[in-house]
Design a binder for this molecule. Structure first.
Ligand SMILES: CC(C)(COP(=O)(O)OP(=O)(O)OC[C@H]1O[C@@H](n2cnc3c(N)ncnc32)[C@H](O)[C@@H]1OP(=O)(O)O)[C@@H](O)C(=O)NCCC(=O)NCCS
Length: 123
């Protein structure tokens, strides 16, 4: 179990249209995890971009980062709504923390290519 890492809170710079906070876990100058929040209109907070280094997963780093971020939002955004688009690996913790499950979202993609113009040939 890794517990020697330290966590730093990176506040927003105030110089962009995005108001985003990060919490970064590091161990021996290696980033072992990070988690973020974005402040949105209508008193909404988006939780996004949780990541833990593959060599350090399942050791509670995400949980620790999550709890620190939650302490911060409780102290600074009381009465606002927090939400996230969760992937399968992060969903269980959000459910455990009392988040309600919304609709399922499915990723889709398509290569963007110029369409060949239709030419009518009469012979
Ligand atoms: C998701 C991720 C951040 C979890 O980090 P982690 O440090 O390994 O997670 P923790 O050890 O703190 O686990 C906390 C809880 O998350 C859930 N969890 C973590 N990994 C999981 C997995 N592979 N499958 C299912 N649940 C998982 C569990 O509920 C776990 O609680 P438990 O240990 O009591 O069972 C990490 O796997 C990751 O970076 N994945 C790739 C990026 C990603 O999918 N990010 C989510 C973006 S929404």
């Amino acid at each position: 179990m890794t517990n020697q890492y330290s966590i730093v809170h990176v506040p927003p710079s105030g110089t962009t249209q995005y108001v985003q906070h990060a919490w970064i876990a590091s161990l021996n100058q290696l980033c072992v995890g990070h988690i973020h929040l974005q402040v949105e209109p209508d008193q909404r907070i988006k939780f996004l971009d949780a990541w833990v280094h593959p060599d350090y997963r399942r050791q509670g780093i995400f949980r620790k980062l999550w709890d620190m971020r939650w302490e911060y939002v409780k102290q600074n955004y009381n009465g606002w709504k927090a939400y996230a688009w969760a992937k399968p690996m992060s969903l269980p913790l959000l459910i455990e923390k009392g988040f309600e499950e919304g609709d399922t979202c499915v990723y889709v993609e398509k290569d963007i290519e110029g369409e060949t113009p239709f030419t009518f040939v009469s012979c």
